[in-house]
Design a protein around this ligand. Sequence first.
Ligand SMILES: Nc1ncnc2c1ncn2[C@@H]1O[C@H](COP(=O)(O)OP(=O)(O)O)[C@@H](O)[C@H]1O
Ligand SMILES: [Mg+2]
Length: 262
Amino acid sequence: MKTTTICFANNKGGSGKSTTCCNVGYELSKMGYRVLMIDGDMQMNLSLSLFSEDAVLESAQNGNNVYTAVTNQEDISNYITQTKYENLDVVLSSSLMSNIEFDLFSKWQRELILKNCLKNVKVSDKYDFILMDAPPTLGGWVMNMLCASDYLIIPVEASPWGLFGLANMFEFFATVQQINPDISLLGVAITKVDTRKNYFKQTVDALHNTDGVRMFENYIRTDSSIEWAQDASLPVAVYKPSARSAKEYKALTQEVVSLVNR
Ligand SMILES: Nc1ncnc2c1ncn2[C@@H]1O[C@H](COP(=O)(O)OP(=O)(O)O)[C@@H](O)[C@H]1O
Ligand SMILES: [Mg+2]
């Protein structure tokens, strides 16, 4: 199996990108797939959902993060941190990622820098999946992430403003496809669903009426276990195996695998 690269992106913040990337990554690793996750956001939420703040800040200080790899245009293999879970590795982020747009600006073929950093890892066949957690922006850095990806997953929050800005995301994705014609939208993953409220139905109806969009059948409901798990720097299935969201993320991950393997 070749390495499949999936980017979780949505320019709207709080849509569940980091949560979904972390928990899908963990579930894939539990299924026996070898997984590398890349934290592309200066908020470092993906990094913090696996490691303590002290550990993340230390790696930021000694340069063991995605920022150093990309700005030095180096092989990402040298920046991989192992997690305590089998088959699950991560490239941590750094608050220096706030400079990334500026740093990329003057570089030759600036959309393809991350793709080149990932080349050796992909060729070496060390991982079955590379998952990337994007920041809530649509600029040169997210362009890099999508130019290095086979698939895009867009997490969308089932809330009144959940669909806000999604048109910009699709427009941006169309531009990405001109540079990376191999990428496709794997699906929209609806998160933070509160079945007592109408927003889920509204969100689904609106997305049904959007051309070219497919939604994952498995969605994720709001669950306080998610936040407790993040507070403890654990995937939700580790924090509380019986949690509803743990089962939902497992089902979503199985759906991801079935779509990718087609
Ligand atoms: N299913 C869920 N139930 C409850 N809270 C959630 C759920 N998914 C995400 N959250 C919370 O919502 C916030 C935003 O999620 P996050 O994954 O960080 O979004 P993004 O990466 O898109 O900004 C976080 O505080 C997270 O704890
Ligand atoms: Mg995030």
